[in-house]
Each structure stands twice: as C-alpha cells, then as structure tokens.
Design a protein around this ligand. Sequence first.
Ligand code: GAL
Length: 666
Amino acid sequence: MKDSYYEHIIHGGDYNPDQWINTKEIWDEDMRLMDLAHINSATVGIFSWSLLEPEEGVYSFSWLDEIMDKLDRHGKKVILSTPSGARPPWMAEKYPEVLRVSENGIRNEYGVRHNHCLASPVYRKKVSEINRALAERYKDHPALFMWHISNEYSGECHCELCQQAFREWLKKEYDNDIEKLNFKWWGGFWSHRYSSFSQISSPKDRGENHVPALKLAWKRFVTDSHISFYENEIAPIRELTPEIPVTTNLMRFYNGIDYQKLSEHLDIVSWDNYPEWTHPDFLGIACETAFAHDIFRSMKNGKPFYMMESTPSLINWRPVNKLPASGITELAAIQAVAHGADSVQYFQWRKGRGGHEKFHGAVVDHCGKEDTRVFRDTEKLGRVLSQLDRAVGSRTKARAAVICDWENSWAVEGYCGYRRDGRDYFKVCERWYRAFWERGIPADVVPMDRDISGYDIVVAPYLYMLKDGTVQRLSSFVQNGGTLIATCLTGIADRDDLCYLGGFPAEELKDVFGVWCEETDSLYDDELSRIAYGEKEYKGTELCDILHLIGGETLGSFLSGFYKGSPAVTKNSYGKGEAYYVAFCPGDDFISDFISPLADKKGLLPDINASLPKGVIARKRGELIYLMNFTSQSKTVDFGETYTDHLTKSVLTSAVLPEYGYLILE
Ligand code: GAL
C-alpha cells in the first residue's frame, strides 16, 4: 500500500459549485482565487445527488464535466465524492424505505442528511448505480485523484430490515446457538433467557436497554452495517478505478462506529478536525487535537492521513462561534502536518448564500473578495505548504503507545455502576497521552488488538474490557522487557461484558501486575482522593481500586478513605519488564511526574534536545522538526545546537516564536 499519493501536501477542501449552477461566472472566479490561494485540490460532489440525478435514472453530468475540466485546467486534484450522505427528495417520496427509522420505531420523514437506512436494498442499489455512473464517467479523467465516500458515516436505523439483519448477525456471532447467547448475555438476570433469535431487537428506551451485551452487540452490528454499506458503495469504484485511492471522512472521537475496524477498509484515513481553538484552555485544545491526530495516524500503523476538513475561520454549530485570531488556522494546519497529515483541507471553499451552513467559515466569504483576513491567511498558509514536499509520505516512529480502543469506549460508557458520570474514556486516555506530548515524545494511540511488541512503554488506561488475546499480548509485552502501565478499572469484563471471576484484573494480568483488586470505591464529584507518591502528595478523582499485593511492591499509598495506607501505585517485575498499576484517577501533575522517569529510564528522548518553555511543543516527522507555540505569548527557545529554518533557510541556535507561531527545522 502506498504511503503517499501526491508529491505535494494537498491544500484544498469542500467545493460546492453545484450551489452556484446559475451563476457560473462564480466558477471562473473560484479558479482564479484558488490559484491565488495556492489551492491544489477540491473535494467535489459531496451533496450533489439531486443535481446529478434530478429524476430517477436520469443523470445530468454536464455541470460536473465542466467543473472537472476547469479544475484540471487549473492543475487541481479532484477528490470526487459519492453522494450517499444526502439523497434527492424524489427518492424518499417514491421509496420511503430508504429513510431511517429511529429508536422510537417511527420512520423519519425526508430531511436533513445522513438520514438513510443502512440495510435498505433499494438505497444500496441506488447508491451503487450512481457510484457506478460516476466511476464510469470519470474513470479516465486526468483530475480524478481520490474517492471521498459519502460524508461522515454515522447514526443507526431501527427499521424491520435492520432488525432482521441484526438477528442474522447475532446468529453468526453466537454460532446460531441461542443458549450460547443466553450464557454470554447472562440471560438468567431478570428472566431474560431467549428461546429464539427472533425475540431480540435493537436496544431502545421503550424496550430493552439494560442488557449490556446487547448494547455492545448492537454497536458491533452498526459498525458492520456501515462497513457493508461502504463495501457496497465502493464495489463499482474498485471495479472501474482500481488505482484510485478511497477514503471516507471520520469525526474525531465519534464512537457510534468502531473507526478502528472501519479504517481497515480504507486506503487512507481522513478526518474532519474542528477543535474549539477559541477556548480559554488553548493548550488543552492543542493536546486534544494532537491526540486525535495520533489516533487517526495510528489507525493504519503510522501511514499519513488526510485532514479532510477544518475551518479556515469560524464554525457555525457551537452555541457561540467565536473567530479565532489570525495565525491559529496556520498553526493548526502545521500541527496536522507535524502529526502525519498529508493534507490541509477546509470546509469550505466558498460560503453558500443560503442553507443551514451559510455562516460557516470559508476561504471565500459572502463578500467574494480576496482582500480579507481569512483569504490572506489561507494564501500565506498555501505558500508554506507548497514548501513542505519533504514532509509528504513521511512517518513518525513512536516508542510509546497509549491503548485507546473504540470497543472499550462502549464498554466503559455502558456498564451500570461505580459512577454514572465522568466516564470520558477518550479524555482519560488523552490525559496519559499528554505526558508524552508535552515532552515532545511521540506516542501512538492504538486499539488493544494491535501488536504492541515494538514499543518500550505502553499505557492502557481504563482497560475495562479485554478482547480475545489481549491478556496474552500484554503479558508477553512485559515478559519481553516492556513497561506497561494500567489504571483502576482494568481487566474487568470480556467482550460480552461478562465479569471475570477470581479477582480483577483478569487472569494472568494479576501476575503481571502483582496485584489484585478486591473493591472499587467511587468518589463524589467534589471529592478527591489523596495519594502519597515519592516526596509529594497528589489528588485523584472518580475511582479508587482497593488492591492486594501478590508480588508487586507499593510505590505510593492512599492517604484518604477507609483504605488509607493501601497501595495506590504499584510496580511489579515480570519477566524482563515492569508493570505498574495506578489504582486511582490521577491528574496531569501525577501523570507527568510518573511518566517522566519511566521515559528517561527507557531512553525515550524528546524530538528536540532543548528545554522548551511551557506551551511550546516539538514534533518530529520524517526529517523535519515542527516547533509549535500553543500560547498567546511569544516564547524564546535556545536550541543548544544548530538547526536550519526549513522555510527561510536561516541557520539558528535560538529563536523567538511569536504567539501562536511555529518553526520548521531541519
Ligand atoms: C462536517 C461536515 C461538513 C460540514 C461541516 C461544518 O462535520 O462533514 O459537511 O457540515 O461539518 O463544520
């Protein structure tokens, strides 16, 4: 599989010329402005179905021909979309079954987008036909560069077709053995022993939503439904354009679909990046975004990804949509590239005159002028990106990893007990990731079924669910010399949410960590646990595991609770490696102090050998080091050695980074 598809960083975004079909002079103006802004790509046709097929079976491609040709003449790569994200009204009128049924059992009316049934044979056929027509028409078009399948797959359908499909899926999953399902789902509880698969339907408030294994099965089924819908979408595309890569745009921490599984089916991962850059905790937002980039980068083992969407200015869907200051979009773009993006793309190129998103930021505003702050910023960024060919296709080698697993996120969110609130699994993982990020030590973010043998340090926060093979993978990682860190809520349940017997964490993990957990205490929202570790006292939130040592040693103890004095941080030597158990929910301070010596011991070096001021983050990708100032003050950095500024070619031993500034060093 190729690591890059173009020799330059892709700079472009969603382009909707179909909204301007009656004012075609705008199309020519778009070309002129795109050239000016160093735009080299356009993503076309995402929501064009009603123009592409105005009547059933009647295709109208002339406008798209014209746009594809125009874009080609201007040297732009076209990322051509399949239009399944929104359908023409005639289709819903004629075939209501294409519409989604919500959890309440009522079929939606025509409207909005993403409102389709995933199982509907009619919809699948219609999608396949339009995709085939597009692929046939443009397969030899010189501008065709990549396929963008649909838009942000999401949601679920509860229609009778989907229920049937779910039951068939369950039969396969449980070997057509209802007793196996009854055992796995602990059917004795509340008299839930099914005698037939036909008695099961999707989880819902007016029906069954208290069987944890059902909820997990449904999410797996919804994931597989999306994958099969996607496979149906790409079948004609693969057949007619086998050389053209295929992607679909993913959304940050959306966990309605197991993205880690879906990504296996994509040629290249792409995602839509909309951080709240105007939030007062700018550094926190930068860390969250870095974490997201590394999740997507890690999906295909470090292969570069595309940042398919981002806003060049503001968004329109938060309660308050504040304008980010100049420089922030550029810094965000550089951050994406530093973390492995081979593209910087926007939603959207030009603001529409009407519709729900008419006030969403765009490179070209309603004024239509190039003499605007946003246009100038985009043009400047375009120039920078055109100097980053060396970045394209390059990778980052990480020796640390954080396990953050989509299926585990469902399990952590789904069980009933301990605390109802504060279960932000992705946030907990990000907190551990941050200790590496702030030090400039690259970390991968991987699912629990990934081969981890190549890492030196692996952190597995809240690893509540264990999939088949996880215990073995973790224990051989430590056996072979790895450093493993787990936290409270580890090794509790299997993939059907059946608790392990014999004490947590499950099975040999007790030997690996040299501890077992007898009880878990939950704290009230305003309650903190107190922990003595090293010379300091730390505070924890949410949960505390009450541990027994079985070979492990205590490094830190609880100072609070009736379990005062019991181990809060433990270490165990196992094989050639070490396993640490952090029995509470620590804050950034503890995590940072805890990770630092472990990283030093393993020789995990920062990407730049200079002590960086707080808020300045370094990241090496390929041969270039990106130094980013995520603060609103200028910062001076002494490198201690000589670097060349990649953009200006000046030789530097120190530099002043302006607010939200960055440097790219060779
Ligand atoms: C994305 C979506 C785009 C647009 C954008 C606005 O999630 O893919 O079509 O709606 O949000 O921020």
